[in-house]
Design a protein around this ligand. Structure first.
Ligand SMILES: [Zn+2]
Length: 365
């Protein structure tokens, strides 16, 4: 198994284009064409994790957080980041990270894993991304319209919420003239042809562009295919930050806090004043305070995340209950998520969940 094949499976779910600008997800150490036989899955690729990988004979470490965020100018082991990179290279261990791209997908992402643990239903992205969607417009002869429409739908184009194969078709006439080097499917070289055609339109997220154009080229009968790709401003329902969903029954704040502590194996929950009832739950794995106003606007009763600061707790203003369970605790099941994604596609590939804890925060109480 090549490292690149493992990465492809993960990035089919969470394309690397969906990572935030400050992120550094991807293959951080190693050659994508190298073979790998056993992967260790963890949240943070610390020195102790690399030691565990060596002990257990793993040649690939799959982490949620990238060990390297910014450029390394020297590599002499003066901090833990450089020591991890040096140790990994010396021991022929590749390090791959899948971070904010895995945070930013609705299906099989960090937040849907939290929603699964809390048994939330009707899950939606809390803050959908903007600027990711495009409209593909192409012109297809009548006789091939079904074939092209189906091929684009199969490739993932025209998916809107719970619907797929969404297209719009309108009839018209196309004109063209092929030169002496042409090989027209209809009409003759050197003569202007007027053909009944369909204008076919559908939306798609940018990261699918090459897959969609390949499907278009393979299904469209013309030698030269007329198409345009137009960026649109609509928000994208399947990608973005945080998630909101419903509990199957309304509960009191105390009942919810108890459930949260047990479902998420949280040691401590730092929370704001209790609310009257809890039914709508917003979640964001990791540092989610930037989503507080979106959680309030969406009508959430509680917002479960990590890394809230003292002054940010005031911003809840009793409109919802902030529940800070800790960054590590909120993301700990991401290991299970990555394992699920890979084991479904690679049932015979050896995957190990790291036993070495990497939470730098300890609790004394
Ligand atoms: Zn995180």
């Amino acid at each position: 198994m090549k490292i690149s094949e493992v990465i492809k499976i993960l990035e089919d779910i969470a394309p690397s284009q969906l990572q935030e600008s400050y992120d550094n997800s991807g293959l951080i150490v190693g050659n994508p064409n190298d073979e790998c036989s056993k992967a260790l899955i963890c949240l943070d690729s610390t020195e102790e994790i690399i030691d565990e990988a060596m002990e257990k004979g793993c040649d690939l470490v799959i982490a949620h957080h990238p060990i390297v965020f910014t450029g390394l100018k020297k590599l002499n082991g003066k901090n833990y980041i450089e020591r991890v990179v040096i140790k990994a290279i010396k021991n022929d261990i590749a390090i791959y990270a899948i971070h904010t791209n895995l945070d930013n997908v609705l299906h099989q992402g960090v937040n849907s894993k939290i929603a699964e643990k809390l048994k939330l239903s009707n899950c939606k992205i809390l803050k959908p991304r903007r600027g990711d969607l495009n409209n593909l417009i192409t012109y297809v002869p009548m006789s091939s319209i079904d074939q092209v429409r189906m091929a684009l739908g199969e490739a993932g184009g025209g998916s809107i919420g719970n619907y797929d194969f969404c297209t719009f078709m309108s009839e018209g006439k196309g004109t063209f003239r092929g030169n002496q080097n042409s090989n027209p499917t209809v009409g003759r070289k050197g003569e202007i042809a007027i053909e009944p055609e369909m204008r076919l339109e559908l939306v798609f997220p940018s990261h699918m562009e090459s897959k969609l154009l390949k499907a278009l080229r393979e299904s469209h009968p013309y030698e030269e295919i007329a198409y345009s790709i137009v960026p649109i401003k609509n928000s994208w329902q399947d990608g973005g930050s945080g998630l909101i969903g419903d509990l199957d029954q309304t509960m009191t704040s105390k009942e919810f806090l108890q459930k949260l502590r047990s479902d998420m194996s949280a040691r401590v929950i730092r929370h704001t004043a209790e609310v009257e009832k809890v039914q709508k739950v917003a979640v964001c794995g990791g540092s989610g305070s930037f989503l507080l106003s979106d959680a309030i606007a969406s009508g959430a009763d509680v917002f479960v995340t990590g890394d809230f600061k003292y002054h940010q707790f005031f911003d809840a203003e009793n409109k919802l209950m902030i529940c800070d369970i800790g960054h590590y605790e909120s993301e700990q099941f991401t290991i299970e998520l990555i394992g699920d994604i890979l084991s479904k596609k690679l049932p015979n590939f050896a995957l190990i969940f790291a036993q070495t804890g990497s939470n730098p925060i300890h609790y004394f109480y």
